[in-house]
Write a protein that binds this ligand. Sequence first.
Ligand SMILES: CC(C)(COP(=O)(O)OP(=O)(O)OC[C@H]1O[C@@H](n2cnc3c(N)ncnc32)[C@H](O)[C@@H]1OP(=O)(O)O)[C@@H](O)C(=O)NCCC(=O)NCCS
Length: 225
Amino acid sequence: MALLETLSLSTLDPVSLARLADLLDDEERARADRLKLSPTRREFIAAHGLKRTMLGAVLGQDPRALRFTAESAGKPVLVGGGPDFNLSHTTGLVACAVATDGGRVGVDAETLARTPEPRLARRFFAREEADALQALPHQERPQAFLRLWTLKEAVVKALGGGLALGLKRFAVGTEPPRLLRQEGLLPPGHPCHLEQHCLPSGHVLALAVLPQNAPSKEPDGSSRT
Ligand SMILES: CC(C)(COP(=O)(O)OP(=O)(O)OC[C@H]1O[C@@H](n2cnc3c(N)ncnc32)[C@H](O)[C@@H]1OP(=O)(O)O)[C@@H](O)C(=O)NCCC(=O)NCCS
């Protein structure tokens, strides 16, 4: 299935952060240096250090030696092939998932401190998701929104097409996390494992795992494999 790890920035001491920074290559360091805000820079370093640590352990290789490229729609992949992986960074938390059986993974994390605009639900979500949100008591809606949002982002990140794939063309449910409906994103009946975690750090995280032979998607929804 998949390995999933998170790092909370509030508990990451400077020595551990420096060790993670030491794993980055020149390009990742340059990207980190371009980030003006210190918290964002720390999240970037932690995310890419975690990515290298996990992939190095799975592959039995020096994490510093790993090289990366991207699929045509932007999903980062290992040069020369290897397990699919995905990372997410948000205020105060980073997460990384690595597929362990040849499948594809997507992970997304958001801080629960974020208060999403309710009107965004009708704009981005499938009708049944927006209806389900509206049926909830007001005080439950922000967290429910973020649970749906992270699940949907995890799915599009697993497929690789990004948000351009269109969040309305499939619907997810949260109790339990599952794919309710999808239009041509996956072959009919193709399994999609979804899980969700509400973390003590005040974040919500979603993981999507598509088994071996899952297609990677271009932003227009066409399949690449
Ligand atoms: C990828 C995307 C879903 C990221 O979501 P986000 O919530 O803003 O950010 P997250 O922190 O959760 O994830 C960012 C990470 O996802 C990964 N990522 C980037 N593109 C990706 C893609 N197409 N599929 C899966 N993962 C992707 C990267 O590792 C990135 O981190 P990095 O830039 O530090 O390497 C979103 O920004 C997106 O859809 N971007 C692509 C835009 C697009 O649709 N382009 C199509 C070209 S027409």
